[in-house]
Design a protein around this ligand. Structure first.
Ligand SMILES: [Zn+2]
Length: 162
């Protein structure tokens, strides 16, 4: 978290604006983007497959979310859980939202949910929350594994809208 905060304070662009205009971008670990929701693979994960889900709009206050954005985000959590179940076979999930720096938000200006797959015998969530943990397993491999299903999801939504 300290590392992420430091990057933010150096005035880099918002993490969730990475790859703006694209529906995915490997370099920024952007798995999904549509008009309302963004999904990133966390570069500093607590577990392999740790996802960050945010509204496409840059906002930090949960009360600024429109009803349709709230619904789209919750639906994206549901879809993300399904995709992680399929590829990572976890025993459970932690799904959470840190509001404000005091609550541990590394990017307090842009609301985002954490979706963290869990396995029996892995580290205690609250312990791993306290430190930045880079997973030695290759994040890029996980990206390649998950991307086709997020692309499928994007294309199925496109069809529904037509
Ligand atoms: Zn933003």
């Amino acid at each position: 978290m300290a590392y992420i905060l430091e990057k933010d304070q150096q005035g880099k662009e918002c993490l969730f604006e990475a790859g703006t205009g694209k529906n995915y971008e490997k370099e920024s670990l952007l798995l999904y983007r549509d008009d309302v929701a963004v999904v990133l693979l966390n570069r500093f994960p607590y577990a392999n497959g740790h996802l960050l889900l945010a509204p496409s709009r840059h906002l930090g206050d949960i009360n600024d979310l429109l009803p349709e954005e709230s619904a789209a985000l919750f639906n994206m959590i549901r879809e993300s859980v399904a995709i992680l179940k399929k590829h990572k076979n976890p025993d459970g999930f932690n799904i959470g939202l840190n509001l404000g720096t005091v609550a541990g938000a590394g990017h307090p200006d842009h609301l985002h949910f954490h979706v963290v797959p869990r396995w029996h015998g892995d580290h205690n969530f609250m312990t791993v929350l306290a430190e930045v943990r880079t997973i030695p397993e290759h994040i890029e491999n996980t990206f390649d594994q998950l991307l086709p299903d997020f692309q499928k999801l994007l294309h199925s939504k496109g069809k529904n809208e037509q």
